[in-house]
Each structure stands twice: as C-alpha cells, then as structure tokens.
Write a new protein. Structure first.
Lengths: 242, 287
C-alpha cells in the first residue's frame, strides 16, 4: 500500500494530538483561530458518551474532578473501540489505574463504574441463544451475570456510603426476556453460589443441592430445597430461570 | 464503471427522500403517523452487534423501510492501517440488512491507534490521494460493494497542496468510488473559505454522485459556520440544492437532523420541501 509521506503523517498526528490534549500546536497551512472547533467538537462527543454511560459517577464527583478525569482519559487512553458507545468501558478501566487525580475519597468508585458500565453492556450486548425448556433441568437465561462488589453501590446512593460498609456483595444482573430491560437483584452469598453451581451443573438441580450442601457444610439434605423455594419462584418470575 | 457499482437502469427511479434514524428518537420516528420518509439512514457503528431492545427496533426499521448506511469509523484518510475486523463486522451488517448505499466521510477519525469519534480534515495532498485511493479499493473488495464518500465540512485546511475540489476529484476519478454530495457542507465550506458554492460543485465529478445530504448549520461567528445538523435548513441552502439538482442525475436525498429535533410535523415539512424540489427538477428532466 502506498505510504503517506512523513510530513503528511506528522500533520495528521499533530491535529489528532491537539484534539486530545488541547495544547497549542504548530500546524502548517492552518487557520489557527479555527483549530479550537475541532478540539471542542471531539471533546463534546467524548463527554456526551461518558456522561450517558456514567450518570451516577458524574453526579458523585465534583464537576472539576469529573472534567479533569474525562480530559485525562481522552488524552492518555488510546481509545480502541470503533463504536463510541463501547468507549466508556475503557474509561472504567482507566479510572481505576490512573493515580494523578486523587479519588481516595471515593474508594467505591471502581464498583460504581462497574455497576454503571454493566448496565450499558448488558442492555446492548448481542442476543444470546435461549435454551429450550427441559423438564429435567432448571435452565438459566444466558443474558445474566453475577457481579461481585466490595461496596454496596447497588443499594445505597454513593454519596452516602460510609467506610464501615466495605464487605462482599453479590448482585444478579439480568436482561429480562420480555422488554429486554436490565434489572439488578441483590443476592446473598448462598444465592450467588447456588446460581453459579446451577450454571456449572448445566441446570441439574439435585446435583447443585448436593454440591452446595458440601460447600456450605449443610447436613440436612432437605434444607436447601426448603429454603430456596421462594428464591426459585422469584427467579422464574423475573425470567432468570427457564 | 466500478465493478461494484449497480447499473443505473436497475435502480429505482422515483424520488427518494429519507431521514437519519437515531436511537434517541427511535420510538417517536417509528410510531409516528406523521413522518413518512422513503428510507432511513443510520450509522452502522451505532447498531453493529447490538442485541436486546435495540436489535428489535432495528429489525422493525428494516422490515418497514429501506436502510442506507452512513458510517463514522472507517477513517479512510487515516495514516493508521484499515481496521479489518471492523470491516468484516460491517460487511456482515450491510449484508444482513441488504443495505444498498454505504457511505462514509472523506476525512479521518482515527490516528496513532486511537479513535477520536469525529471527523478531522485530511491534508489536500497528492500522497494523501494515492493513499486513500488504495484504501478505497481495499474497502470495496472486502465489502463487495461500492463505497460512497462525502465531501466533509471543514473549518481550516491543514497543509493543503491542492484545492479541495482537485483533492475530491482525483480520489473519486482514480478509485471509482461514488460521491455523496453534501450540499450543506458545500455551503458551509464556501462561506468559511470564501469560495463560490456553485463553481465548487461544477468542478466535482458529478457523474459519480450517488447520494445527496441536506442539513442545517449554525453560524458561530461573523466568518464561521459550523455544520451542526441541529437547525432547520436555511433558504440559501435550499436554493443551492435546487440549483444542484440541475447538475446531477436523480439520486436519494437525505435530511440530516441529529440534535434539537423539532416537532415531527416540522421535519415532515422539510422532507416535503426537499421532495417538491427534487420532483420538480428530476421528474421534468429525467422523465
């Protein structure tokens, strides 16, 4: 393929860099007074996409900090997603590893970003083939996941999460089959373990009870069946279990 | 004729006036009895590999209307290599929805391995022409269809060594791609760079025009207009459109409106106005 000349590549690279960092740049043959339009237009797209994906995080952070974080992300992160709606996933990873902007006041920010991104991702993800109903098995709707958090970002407004709330939280995320809306359900550790085992056992309920009895050290063979009855009914009603 | 070009006599000859389909306004557009476009145009990047609710919406749009695609991420003028995985995803999408026209921007939106998600102007230079011609051919081979490229609005040239019309003409003539003539962009550029819109249009390879875009814009200063797609089309742009249609054969026309969406009846009025001009010009001249 014919190569671009180096000076053409340099011009294109400098304009792109300027759009990302906004720093004054020398560009041959330009109307300097109009360059700022490109920085503004590109930034608008980035900020719009991030605000749409992370409304709770934006609300949590002071506006100056949010702007700083978005600007630094766009300057330093080479956005690899060709779909702009997927770009905020890179922001989620970036925000956790960057250390220049002090986010120590918000130890739960990683969990909050994960919660918000998961909602976008599950809402938009490609359809997964639904299993055909089988009387011998309790099958899981494949459009679900189990999220694990250190902070109860799914329960409490992030502005009010105290340091004493650090723990181990499980959340079921489900794209429900009718309306295809994304819903979150608080799970106990036992419920989360049950769902993971049910999935690993390909919907074999009896094997799942046996495995979970072993895992939790339960002696009474009927205990789980009795105690999970309501949970199973609820999960069938919301479309997780088929 | 480009091997990917559909022979003209096979095409529908009636005037087609469409509108851009955006997720933000999907339900208003689909449920409306007021809006009656001939087709919807959408950005494939916003829909590729989408499931759930949006997949249902897309399937409904495709069942009810022809779909044309206007891309954002091809970055045909980029110094970076073409994204082959993206092109494969795109081909699958275009094939699935039997998309007749796939257009893109004569600009770049990716550089140094990073997407910028907006359109940057390419230096009008010979080496850029050669680079782009080669890439167009590669894209057309992968997609198995003709690529149609749009003259973009730009607010400053970057290191130009030829004129804009020479740049576009060389690329279209040497690559065999189609031309999406964005009449509003011509108006915006003519204003911003102080040239005559009609002369510019006359200097383009008009036989290659496959598609026309019309839109509104925003004057941000005494000497600068920004192509916003967020305003009504102004009369001088309608007049330029009217004049342009005498120069080109009948092709589909799109009303671009991405922001600040008015009442649907107002949008339909704009579609009607475009249709009236196109019918007057093309039904008389090309009957």
């Amino acid at each position: 393929m014919p190569e671009l000349k180096d000076d053409t590549k340099i011009l294109q690279g400098r304009l792109a860099k300027f759009c990302r960092n906004g720093l004054e740049v020398e560009l041959e043959g330009t109307q300097v007074s109009r360059l700022h339009h490109y920085r503004r237009l590109v930034s608008n797209v980035i900020f719009d996409a991030l605000e749409t994906a992370y409304p709770l995080t934006k609300k949590l952070l002071p506006p100056k900090k949010w702007t700083q974080l978005c600007n630094k992300f766009f300057e330093e992160n080479d956005c690899s997603a060709y779909q702009v709606w997927r770009m905020p996933e890179e922001f989620y990873h970036y925000a956790q590893k960057q250390d220049e902007i002090d986010l120590s006041k918000y130890p739960f920010i990683g969990d909050l970003l994960k919660l918000e991104w998961s909602e976008v991702e599950y809402y938009c993800m490609p359809d997964r083939a639904m299993p055909t109903p089988d009387d011998r098995r309790l099958q899981l709707n494949p459009e679900h996941g189990i999220l694990n958090f250190e902070w109860p970002v799914h329960r409490i407004n992030a502005l009010h999460i105290g340091h004493d709330k650090k723990g181990n939280y499980f959340v079921l995320i489900l794209r429900e089959p009718k309306e295809k809306k994304v819903r979150f359900f608080d799970l106990s550790i036992a419920h989360a373990a049950f769902l993971e085992l049910l999935d690993a056992n390909a919907g074999n309920l009896q094997k799942t009870y046996l495995d979970l009895n072993l895992q939790l050290g339960i002696q009474d063979p009927n205990f789980l069946e009795e105690n999970l009855k309501d949970f199973l009914t609820n999960m069938k009603a919301v479309g997780l279990l088929i | 004729m480009n091997k990917f070009e559909q022979p003209f006599f096979l095409k529908k000859m009636n005037t087609q006036i469409g509108i851009g389909f955006r997720r933000d306004f999907a339900s208003e557009f689909l449920d409306s009895k007021i809006l009656k476009p001939s087709f919807f145009e959408l950005a494939p990047e916003n829909w590729i590999k989408l499931g759930g609710y949006w997949r249902r919406v897309l399937d409904q749009v495709a069942a009810d209307y022809p779909i044309y695609c206007h891309g954002l991420s091809l970055s045909i003028g980029s110094p970076d290599p073409l994204d082959i995985e993206f092109l494969k995803d795109l081909k699958e999408f275009l094939d699935r929805y039997e998309v007749e026209i796939y257009s893109e921007h004569l600009s770049y939106s990716k550089c140094d391995n990073a997407h910028l998600y907006d359109l940057l102007p390419i230096p009008f230079r010979e080496d850029a022409v050669t680079h782009i011609v080669d890439r167009i051919q590669e894209v057309q081979e992968i997609l198995g269809r003709q690529l149609v490229l749009e003259n973009v609005s730009y607010y400053t040239p970057i290191g130009a060594q030829m004129t804009e019309s020479e740049f576009i003409g060389e690329i279209v003539n040497r690559s065999g791609c189609g031309l999406l003539l964005d009449v509003n962009n011509v108006y915006v550029n003519a204003f911003n760079h102080n040239y005559k819109a009609e002369e510019f249009i006359k200097s383009l390879p008009l036989k290659a025009v496959k598609y026309i875009h019309m839109a509104g814009h925003l004057k941000v200063s005494e000497d600068c207009i920004i192509d916003t797609h967020g305003e009504d089309i102004i009369d001088p742009v309608y007049e330029l459109f009217d004049w342009t249609l005498d120069q080109v054969k009948p092709v589909p026309v799109l009303l671009e409106r991405d922001f600040n969406i008015p009442e649907l009846s107002k949008l339909q009025e704009e579609l009607n106005q475009l249709k009236a001009i196109a019918t007057k010009k093309w039904d008389t001249h090309h009957a």
